[in-house]
Write a protein that binds this ligand. Structure first.
Ligand SMILES: NC(=O)c1ccc[n+]([C@@H]2O[C@H](COP(=O)([O-])OP(=O)(O)OC[C@H]3O[C@@H](n4cnc5c(N)ncnc54)[C@H](OP(=O)(O)O)[C@@H]3O)[C@@H](O)[C@H]2O)c1
Length: 159
């Protein structure tokens, strides 16, 4: 199963500031919708509640430590590993890891790909993406736009 972190990441690795929107990039939203539709998305409970609705036409798995938490239209897992096991029940779907910070970090060892929108800004914010280094990740495709680049990474082969 492909396990792909998908994120919009500023030049200073910031991805969020509480519930504030740091940028408004409609073309990034459109691409997010296009690539994730028909696939599986894993979110942390905070990101799911920040989105505030269930994204349609996708399998959504929300990770929480709260044994009593539930929400209509989503599946619940109590660890990232449990979420990945649930996702593996539909291995034909790409499993996108949609954040936030805690969930990217917990999923990091299991990722097979990164799908990053590199946003050409450096806003303040406490939520960050793990730093992508060439030792670990090799850029394999880049689509350039004025305000951001869409970049795909695969693991750098170990020598
Ligand atoms: N730019 C982007 O692409 C992007 C994408 C997504 C999010 N974000 C930003 O990221 C920020 C949110 O990130 P965050 O790190 O604060 O929250 P988060 O990762 O979305 O969710 C954190 C929650 O996930 C649950 N959780 C985390 N680790 C767990 C574990 N090991 N086992 C079970 N449950 C676990 C906990 O839920 P409970 O408290 O319910 O136990 C925890 O409070 C926001 O600012 C958001 O805007 C940005």
């Amino acid at each position: 199963m492909r396990i792909v972190a998908i994120a919009a990441v500023a030049d200073n690795w910031v991805i969020g500031s509480g519930d504030d929107m740091l940028w408004h990039l409609p073309n990034d939203f459109k691409r997010f919708k296009a690539v994730t539709t028909g696939n599986t998305l894993i979110f942390g409970r905070r990101t799911h509640e920040q989105i505030g609705r269930v994204l349609p036409d996708r399998r959504v798995i929300v990770v929480t430590r709260d044994p009593d938490w539930s929400d209509e239209g989503v599946e619940v897992a109590h660890s990232v590993v449990e979420a990945l096991e649930l996702a593996a029940q539909t291995p034909e779907q790409i499993c996108y890891v949609g954040g936030g910070t805690q969930i990217y970090e917990a999923a990091w060892p299991y990722l097979t790909e990164l799908d990053i929108t590199h946003v050409k800004l450096a806003p303040e914010g406490e939520a960050t993406f793990p730093v992508i280094t060439p030792e670990d990740w090799t850029e394999i495709a880049r689509e350039q736009h004025e305000q951001f680049d869409f970049v795909q990474y695969r693991p750098t082969p170990r020598t």
